[in-house]
Design a protein around this ligand. Structure first.
Ligand SMILES: CC(C)=CCC/C(C)=C/CC/C(C)=C/COP(=O)(O)OP(=O)(O)O
Ligand SMILES: C=C(C)CCOP(=O)(O)OP(=O)(O)O
Ligand SMILES: [Mg+2]
Length: 249
């Protein structure tokens, strides 16, 4: 996209630029199984998963996709062994620190969605810094869902709106989709056009429950650490075959 990108990746000629999703969301599942199959500790799958995510972000930006949202840690993932949780929190922090400069150069606007106050303080500080420093970038919106749960997001929106009703700032009959969406974590982007879940599981696992109302969903058996550009291209080709009717005929 940008003139200064030295290794700009062009959109494959068999994909239609006019029919690209504006917003892609990914459930990056299968890291643990990928590692296990290689006799490696699960965390090696997460490490490799970071490289895949970085490449996907670059690809989305080069191909003209406006927003990428990645599910990195669910509200239920706290139930994993403590050492895996700790590894993930440290990994998020380290990757943010290491990649910030490049994200600035690449015109990426970073966002985080989820209950961020419950994250370790050092990670919260890194999150605030990366969001602040990239806030004027417009190349692509990159949202990381961390300590994110769709149900929790809906509940906190209800609480915020109820408070405003109590304070007389909103009347209950005025609550509509626009007001509700304004109180969701994801309020800076339109709903995802395409949700991709890797690893063969066919469920949403509490991801973007409100926002997926009319998203196209693509499931693949490929594990996240193997989800390279050619896999992404397959997902986009499948998306371009879909007939999005939005309830109309
Ligand atoms: C900075 C940043 C955004 C980094 C992203 C790192 C990353 C790839 C996080 C995903 C973590 C996760 C719980 C993946 C699910 O695979 P799983 O562990 O459930 O795998 P399994 O289903 O095979 O057990
Ligand atoms: C990808 C992330 C961050 C969460 C969903 O994957 P999980 O592995 O936690 O989901 P379940 O298979 O347990 O539903
Ligand atoms: Mg999993």
């Amino acid at each position: 996209m940008t003139a200064q990108s030295p290794n700009l990746e062009y959109l494959p000629s068999d994909l239609n630029k006019e029919l690209l999703p504006q917003h892609v969301a990914v459930i990056m599942d299968g890291n643990g199984r990928w590692a296990k199959r290689r006799g490696l500790p699960r965390i090696m799958g997460h490490k490799r998963g970071v490289d895949i995510l970085k490449d996907l972000l670059r690809c989305c930006k080069d191909w003209g996709i406006k927003a990428l949202t990645a599910y990195a840690f669910s509200t239920e993932n706290w139930g994993r062994p403590q050492e895996e949780v700790e590894f993930l929190m440290t990994l998020f922090q380290r990757v943010l620190r290491q990649e910030l400069r490049e994200m600035l150069q690449e015109n990426v606007r970073i966002g985080f969605v989820g209950n961020l106050q419950a994250l370790p303080n050092a990670l919260q500080a890194e999150i605030s810094r990366s969001m602040e420093e990239t806030k004027d970038n417009r190349g692509i919106d990159f949202n990381v869902a961390t300590n994110y749960g769709g149900r929790e997001e809906i509940l906190q929106a209800c609480r915020e709106i109820s408070k405003k009703v109590e304070q007389g700032l909103i009347k209950s009959h005025e609550i509509d989709e626009a007001i509700f969406e304004h109180h969701l974590y994801t309020n800076r982007n339109s709903d995802p056009d395409l949700i991709i879940r890797t690893s063969g599981e066919m469920r949403l696992s509490n991801f973007l429950l409100w926002q997926v109302a009319y998203s196209e969903i693509y499931f693949t058996d490929t594990l996240w650490p193997d989800f390279d550009r050619s896999e992404f291209k397959k997902a986009l080709s499948a998306y371009q075959e879909r007939d999005r009717r939005f309830g109309k005929v």
